[in-house]
Every structure is written in structure tokens, then in C-alpha cells.
Design a protein around this ligand. Structure first.
Ligand SMILES: Nc1ncnc2c1ncn2[C@@H]1O[C@H](COP(=O)(O)OP(=O)(O)OP(=O)(O)O)[C@@H](O)[C@H]1O
Length: 246
């Protein structure tokens, strides 16, 4: 279980981004949503160890990991997929999957991870992770990387970006399979109603703090019925779906 206790984060020039965030992540799927600029990505980076909180403590299964680096946290079982996927020049997709898995992944295994995220595997295993890959392809490769890692806690920042509407249901299936294989919690930052719909717990982050937290049944009706930017984003996506169907 991950536990955040009164987490605050300020930038080097003392701009407060997060304040007094306390929450636990022990469920299957925890969704973090809320308006743009509310602090969701910053929170994910604090959990992954990319940013060090300026106040509060982070515990993983009771162990204080507040001062641990991103590598140490990864070794303890925290995986993080960036909102903007990272390109690693010179590295091939199968190398990245081997690195993530911590062992030499066979081409068959690499292909199965890539197929899970809807990529025609044989076309991608030998591709270099450079600018020739589209943002959507990179995003899927990154999800495959987290799959290969199989962690205690997997954190995804807006995984729906770059995933077309046709494959959206597959993405949700990927998360469900991931849970079946790892039994580790999956924390997903998303504006997408269909992702919020599979969440056991929903956290609404707004103005750097927790605005609402509770079960899906407690929170979803409130955010879908409200006029804040988080639900506005859901509506925008709903309109796009309607546009495609029309
Ligand atoms: N390193 C930084 N220096 C200064 N400001 C920052 C830094 N990182 C984030 N911010 C600011 O903190 C606020 C929260 O940013 P964050 O990316 O966490 O929001 P978000 O909820 O993930 O937004 P979105 O939904 O648009 O991705 C924003 O106003 C952002 O500009």
C-alpha cells in the first residue's frame, strides 16, 4: 500500500504546487482527475520520485520512501509512465522492454507486450526509440514497458493521449490484465469518463489540493454533474466520440 501523508511541493522559486495531500492507494484502480493545472502530474512525479516533496512523508508498505530516488523506488516496485513519453535515442524497443523487465526479454515476449497495447509487434520490436515514432506509438510502447515491468504500483499519466477511440476499450482491458498478472495497484491520471468508470477510488485534485476523494459511486455523479474543468474535459471527449459516431 502506498500512503501519502500531508504532501506539499514547492518549486525552487517557492511557488506552491501541492499542499497537504493525504491519501492511500491500496485498491485495484485509483483514478486521479481534476482541472488542467490542478497538480495531478506533479503528484505523480512526487510518487515516482522525480520530484522530492517539500513537506510530508511517503510510505510504501510501511517503509518511508520519501528520500529515495526514482531508481530506488522503481526497485521497490513503483513504475511510472510519463504524460509525454521519453525518447531514448540509440535504444531499440526490445531493449527498452528488456530493461523494464529486468531480464533479457525474448522477441516472442516483447511481441506479446506490444500486441497487448495494439501495436503490430513485428513492425516495432527492432524500431529505434527516436523521433520516427509518433506520440501515440511512443505512448503505447511506454504502456508495454510498464506491463513488462509488472510492478507493485503502476502510475500512468493520461494514458488515453494518443490512444484512438477504437482501441480505448483495449486499453482498459490492458489495465485489467495488468492487475490480474501483478495484483499491484494501478493509479491512472485521466480526464476520461470511461477510465473513471473502472476506478475503485477517485481522487479529484484541484488548486494543488484534494478537492474530493471517495469511491466511484460517491464521486463520479458529483464530477459529471458539476461545471469544473475536469468534467468539462469528459464532456469534450464525449462530444468527440459522438462526432466520430455521427
Ligand atoms: N517545475 C515547475 N515550475 C513551475 N511551475 C510548475 C512546475 N511544474 C508544474 N508547475 C505548475 O504547477 C501547476 C500544476 O501542474 P501539473 O502539470 O501538475 O497539473 P495537471 O493537473 O497535471 O494539469 P494537466 O491536466 O493540464 O496535465 C501548473 O500551474 C503548472 O504550470
Amino acid at each position: 500500500m502506498l500512503e501519502l501523508q500531508h504532501i506539499g511541493f514547492e518549486t525552487d522559486d517557492n511557488k506552491e504546487i501541492l499542499h497537504d495531500i493525504s491519501l492511500t492507494v491500496s485498491e485495484r484502480f485509483v483514478a486521479v482527475t481534476g482541472p488542467n493545472g490542478g497538480g495531478k502530474s506533479t503528484l505523480a512525479k512526487v510518487i515516482a520520485g522525480i520530484y522530492k516533496p517539500t513537506s510530508g512523508r511517503i510510505l510504501l508498505d510501511g517503509q518511508d520512501i520519501t528520500d529515495l530516488s526514482i531508481t530506488d523506488r522503481a526497485n521497490l516496485g513503483i513504475s511510472y509512465a510519463f504524460q509525454q513519453p521519453v525518447r531514448f535515442k540509440g535504444l531499440q524497443v526490445k531493449d527498452l522492454l528488456s530493461l523494464a523487465a529486468g531480464k533479457n526479454t525474448s522477441v516472442t515476449e516483447a511481441c506479446s507486450y506490444l500486441s497487448e497495447v495494439g501495436l503490430c509487434a513485428r513492425d516495432y520490436v527492432d524500431r529505434e526509440l527516436n523521433d520516427s515514432l509518433s506520440g501515440g506509438e511512443l505512448k503505447r510502447i511506454e504502456i508495454a514497458m510498464v506491463l513488462a515491468r509488472g510492478s507493485k504500483l503502476s502510475v500512468f499519466d493520461e494514458p488515453e493521449a494518443g490512444i484512438d477511440l477504437w482501441s480505448f476499450q483495449n486499453l482498459i482491458r490492458v489495465f485489467e490484465n495488468m492487475y490480474e498478472q501483478t495484483r499491484g495497484s494501478i493509479l491512472i491520471i485521466s480526464h476520461q469518463e470511461r477510465i473513471l468508470n473502472i476506478a475503485d477510488k477517485i481522487v479529484v485534485v484541484k488548486n494543488g489540493g484534494i478537492d474530493k476523494i471517495g469511491t466511484r459511486d460517491e464521486i463520479l455523479p458529483a464530477i459529471l454533474g458539476s461545471a469544473d474543468a475536469g468534467s468539462a474535459a469528459c464532456s469534450v471527449l464525449a462530444d468527440k466520440v459522438e462526432g466520430v459516431r455521427a
